[in-house]
Design a binder for this molecule. Sequence first.
Ligand SMILES: [Fe+2]
Length: 167
Amino acid sequence: MPTTIFKETPKVTFFDAALEGSNGCDVVIHSEEAISPPNDFNDEQYYVHNHQIDHNLVLTGERKFILINPTWDEPHHVIYLNREMGALEIPIGTYHRSISGKEGSIVLNQPIRDKFFDPAKEFIPQKLNKLELIKARKSPPVYWIVENDQIKRLRFNHSERKAAIFN
Ligand SMILES: [Fe+2]
């Protein structure tokens, strides 16, 4: 979901972050290196929503998002999200977690929530405890990066030891 930059000078950025249909506005601040949701001892934990579509826009810093969805042809994605990339949409049923670098990051999430949304149920960290989820997590990820102002998707070809850009 792209944002519209109104003005950008060396010290000022002014942009429209409005997102059509969004009925929430959440700010998630990571001070320094942080993971949401945090690991439970050695186990990775994920959020998965039933009544909310996320749209995560990085305001400052960089945040790596990991998306797992066994129903997708490509079930594992790693997105190096920064502001230029716009807001990352995370569909219902997608397991997701995010990790900040040493500097931390601030994310604005503008979700679309349905009438069954209940904050007590929507933000319970989950482990990947089903075979299809574990398989998806182990599948080679598609990496999303920005290069020359364009979003690129990469997959590493281990046999040729190089990265292939496929769109
Ligand atoms: Fe979320």
